[in-house]
Write a protein that binds this ligand. Structure first.
Ligand code: ASP
Length: 338
């Protein structure tokens, strides 16, 4: 008989999570790039995240006494709220810094981040318009830095939650023999930056489709194949992953109009039907309805896994925060504040 985990007492649930963890630790202190995540890290994160997902909104005492600052210098809905809730469900205290901060007055990112670090917080989650802010911050803080999306570069926790969503759908430990089609503004997308690296590790066949003007020059180094005709890319796909046209990064200058883009590359029912029968549709959000994805498919269609991605985002971020704060081996980051 299946055990319903969400009926356990909080202390029994903590015991269960500890037994799933089996004394394992993450190999990194900061998460700046998905390249830092080893196959062992991935296994640990996913074992724990699947458990957290079943315990839903349980309040765990794992990170009691630790604090987190969510420094979001650029708009965010899913990433910021899930990092905040995840920390709270692990009993952390949290504070938020937004684009409304002293950076707007001319303070450097480094000074702002070191100010936050002086509160002795354990984790600083950073979202920035520019690439590279989390990488620089990680060199000058005692707190663990988590990249929540930096410019056009990377968004590692998005890739982690997407990987979990795909693997669970495929009921597999990797994506070998599976076709993932990424459609949209590849060039300006940090989501692509992390996801393509992870998919390579997971051994997926990755096809990309977008106007050539939205494709970075040396994209083949990731082992992906570009398709100018989205229909060809979608044929036989297991996962259809749509990306938003990143207007705030000037992407509109690379296409005739959004309407034309949508006509050529938007995911419609007819196009999704070219993929395998049980293919899933994914999108990191925010979805711009009737541009990236046709409205009827966006959230309600049974092939749409967009809200499942959001649910997995909570679970993965909880797993990451627990494991990054509570490193059993007791090692510390080497930086010490003067
Ligand atoms: N939410 C994702 C990001 O922050 C995708 C997007 O904004 O289109 O990059």
């Amino acid at each position: 008989m299946a055990v319903i985990l969400s009926k356990k007492s909080p202390s029994a649930a903590e015991k269960d999570l500890n037994s799933i963890r089996k004394g394992r630790d993450l190999s990194f202190f900061d998460l700046v790039s998905i390249d830092q995540v080893t196959p062992e890290d991935l296994g640990l994160l996913y074992d724990v995240a699947r458990r957290f997902r079943e315990y839903k909104t349980y309040k765990f005492s794992f990170n009691k006494g630790s604090s987190q600052v969510n420094a979001f210098f650029e708009p965010s809905t899913r990433t910021s709220s899930s990092f905040d809730l995840a920390a709270k469900q692990l009993s952390m205290d949290t504070a938020g810094v937004s684009s409304n901060s002293s950076v707007e007055k001319g303070e450097s990112y480094l000074d702002t981040v070191q100010t936050i670090d002086s509160y002795n917080v354990k984790t600083i989650v950073i979202r920035s318009k520019e690439s590279g802010v989390p990488a620089v911050a990680a060199r000058y803080t005692q707190a663990s830095i988590i990249n929540a999306g930096d410019g056009w570069h990377e968004h590692p926790t998005q890739a982690l939650l997407d990987g979990l969503t795909m693997l669970d759908h495929c009921k597999s430990k990797d994506m070998k023999g599976r076709v993932v089609v990424i459609v949209g503004d590849i060039m300006h997308s940090r989501v692509f930056g992390s996801l393509v690296r992870l998919l390579k590790t997971l051994k997926a066949e990755v096809r990309i489709s977008a106007p050539l003007t939205l494709i970075p020059e040396d994209v083949e180094k990731f082992g992906v194949k570009w398709y100018g005709k989205v229909e060809e890319a979608l044929t036989g796909a297991d996962v259809v992953y749509a990306l938003r046209v990143q207007s705030e990064r000037g992407a509109n200058g690379f296409i005739p109009t959004l309407r034309e883009y949508s006509k050529m590359f938007g995911i419609s029912r007819k196009r999704l039907d070219l993929a395998k029968k049980d293919a899933i549709l994914m999108h990191p959000g925010p979805v711009i309805r009737d541009i990236d994805v046709h409205s009827a498919l966006a959230a309600v269609d049974e092939q749409s896994y967009i809200l499942r991605q959001v649910e997995n985002g909570m679970a993965v971020r909880k797993a990451l925060l627990w494991l990054i704060v509570d490193r059993i081996d007791g090692k510390k980051k080497t930086f010490t504040r003067k």
